[in-house]
Write a protein that binds this ligand. Structure first.
Ligand code: F6P
Length: 369
């Protein structure tokens, strides 16, 4: 986030003679009129810093904004307030950095008349319309390092080690970290797993003398006919469901069926922290520069994207409400299959026959007052 903020401020200053202010905590700051000016000095020295100097929020849907009344939250439509705040500051454009939640809110704010340019950010890499989001590469690197380290115990203790990664409703993180870390079994939300297929892979490896297995599982994975495992529900968040814990279920099942000891490591927010990778810094910088150029050219309602290695853009309304998942035609699925990695179904089976469109475990929002 800091890398993109830096790129926006520098480009606005050097190329376009624009001033930049940053709303604090995303849309929450726009609704509550909390912002700060960001000049070149503020934007300097933050490229390698993870996180954001502006803060962020996961509950700031302008159309469904939680406000504490007594001990209860009520949900208010604060979109008009957001527009008033924007206009009263005399702003020309809003650059919204975020994932699908941010883009869904932005699409609705565009309909309210706000000139918005979006920048895709999420470690899940699941935003529609762009080949990759910044944050993903850094998360893959951290997950891969973790899997590498887990190998030590797996090999020495002859265990099945299960590493659970974030990623919500898309398996990009699991698939990439699984491939990079040499996983034997990779489980993703898009391919419901058959526990017998997993155990077969473990047994086959043991029979070949490889008496350990590494499983990399995305938090949204689920058993054939089963549900995703919900860790908690954040009532005030527009996307209330938080996934997590499926690996414990898999460990109990595999241990029960194979009699081989299993251990679980859930990487969680570790994947979202630390200094961004060189790839992410460059991608965030390119996207930030492009966003300002779009604003300068009068562009609005667009998400800047990376398509086939080049900067591009797509209407935000085409992106809102959609997620990009790991479909069977994805190259990496073929790569994993060729290596004999179990993807939750029998080795050699056609991935297309086991792919299912993911239905996000959404929750009905509380009523807006
Ligand atoms: O969307 C990014 C993400 O990190 C997901 O991978 C994860 O499911 C979720 O956010 C966690 O959200 P929170 O930080 O609110 O627990």
């Amino acid at each position: 986030m800091n890398a993109v903020i830096r790129a926006i401020v520098k480009t606005a200053h050097h190329d376009c003679d624009m001033d930049v202010i940053g709303f604090l905590d995303g849309y929450e700051g726009l609704i509550e009129n909390r912002y700060r000016e960001i000049n070149i000095k503020d934007a300097s020295g933050i490229l390698a810093l993870g996180g954001t100097i502006l803060g962020t929020s996961n509950r700031a849907d302008p159309f469904h904004f939680p406000v504490l009344q007594g001990e209860e939250y009520v949900y208010l439509d604060r979109s008009s307030q957001a527009v008033r705040n924007f206009n009263s500051l005399g702003l020309d454009a809003l650059i919204a950095i975020g994932g699908d939640g941010t883009m869904a809110a932005s699409a609705a704010m565009i309909d309210m008349g706000l000139p918005i340019v979006g920048v895709p950010k999420t470690i899940d890499n699941d935003l529609w319309g762009t080949d990759v989001t910044f944050g993903f590469d850094s998360a893959v690197i951290t997950a891969t390092e973790a899997v590498d380290k887990i190998h030590t115990t797996a090999q020495s203790h002859h265990r099945v080690m299960i590493v659970e990664v974030m990623g919500r409703y898309a398996g990009w993180l699991a698939l990439s970290a699984g491939l990079a870390g040499g996983g034997d079994i990779i489980l993703m939300p898009e391919y419901a797993y058959d526990i017998e297929a997993i155990c077969d892979q473990v047994r086959t490896r043991n029979a070949k003398g490889k008496n350990f297995s590494i499983v990399v599982v995305g938090e949204g994975a689920r058993q054939v006919g089963g549900e995703m495992v919900v860790k908690r529900v954040i009532e005030t968040s527009p996307d209330a469901i938080r996934l997590g814990g499926v690996s414990h279920q898999i460990a109990a099942q595999v241990e029960g069926l194979t009699n081989i000891e299993c251990r679980v490591t859930i990487l969680g927010h570790l994947l979202r922290g630390g200094s961004p990778s060189a790839f992410d810094r460059i991608l965030a910088t390119r996207l930030g520069v492009e966003a300002v150029k779009l604003v300068d050219a009068g562009g609005s309602g667009l998400l800047v994207t990376l398509r086939n290695g080049k900067m591009d853009s797509i209407p935000i309304k085409d992106v809102a409400g959609r997620i990009r998942t790991v479909t069977p035609d994805c190259d990496l699925i073929g790569t994993a299959s060729s290596l004999g990695i179990c993807l939750g179904f029998p080795i050699g089976a056609d991935p297309a026959e086991h792919y299912e469109e993911v239905k996000p475990a959404r929750r009905q929002p509380k009523q807006t007052t």
